[in-house]
Design a protein around this ligand. Structure first.
Ligand SMILES: NC(=O)c1ccc[n+]([C@@H]2O[C@H](COP(=O)([O-])OP(=O)(O)OC[C@H]3O[C@@H](n4cnc5c(N)ncnc54)[C@H](OP(=O)(O)O)[C@@H]3O)[C@@H](O)[C@H]2O)c1
Length: 201
């Protein structure tokens, strides 16, 4: 909604067909795409006219190590490859806090697989000739937006609302000078626009 409100045309790729109508009500053109079973060149064909992409899919809670790999790594790699084939240079990837350092020895195995998948997705993106930005949020909550965050290459672990992540993603899409950066994000004291501006100073 943040994107359509500012006049962007948005194509949403969703797995669940029920979400097509829901997104339609927000002014978003939605198409069903099963990113664990898609082909990069066919996906590239569907991205005609798109000038920037956000990868925000995830295997989600309750999924095992295998789906961390097929979604959190594999689907990001697939979308990045499709973007490259379609000539879409701008790519913002939702990764996760915790990828900056190695997994602690006592990490839960599935959470460890999740962080490994996110690191591999980040590495894949770094090796591509794209204008990529990696966003690493802390623990996501469904609390109301605060509009205030802490954004930087290293920030202390904390939570951040999904709504605030969305606002940061919208701002990052429009701020190409963040290309080549990996930024951690939690809720904080700085208004989103100011925080994104400060990241490129
Ligand atoms: N939750 C956290 O605390 C946290 C913290 C840091 C980073 N993140 C990252 O932030 C992003 C959003 O996380 P979230 O917890 O809000 O959501 P999520 O449960 O990780 O999933 C986000 C979306 O991914 C979609 N998805 C799953 N498999 C798919 C597939 N094969 N093809 C297409 N779409 C697929 C899901 O579709 P369905 O609706 O059909 O299931 C869901 O709508 C993820 O990348 C996650 O890793 C999460």
């Amino acid at each position: 909604m943040l994107l359509t409100q500012r006049g962007d045309s948005v194509l949403g790729l969703v797995r669940n067909p029920d979400h097509v109508t829901e997104l339609g009500h927000l002014g978003v053109t939605a198409e069903v795409a099963e990113l664990e079973a898609a082909d990069a060149s066919r996906l590239a064909d569907r991205l005609s006219g798109v000038d920037a992409a956000v990868f925000a899919a995830g295997a989600g809670p309750g999924s095992g190590a295998e789906r961390k790999d097929t979604v959190d790594r594999g689907a990001s790699v697939l979308l990045a490859e499709a973007c490259q084939q379609a000539g879409i240079r701008r790519f913002v990837q939702v990764s996760s806090m915790g990828t900056r350092s190695p997994n602690p020895p006592d990490v839960d195995p599935v959470f460890g697989a999740y962080l490994d998948a996110k690191r591999a997705a980040e590495q894949d993106l770094r090796e591509r000739d794209l204008d990529w930005t990696i966003l690493r949020p802390g623990r996501l909550t469904d609390d109301p937006p605060t509009g205030r965050v802490m954004l930087g290459t290293e920030v202390a672990r904390d939570a951040v609302t999904r709504a605030d992540v969305a606002e940061v993603l919208a701002a990052l899409l429009a701020e190409r000078r963040t290309a080549g950066m990996a930024l951690e994000l939690v809720n904080g004291d700085v208004p989103v626009t100011e925080a994104v501006g400060a990241a490129v100073e």
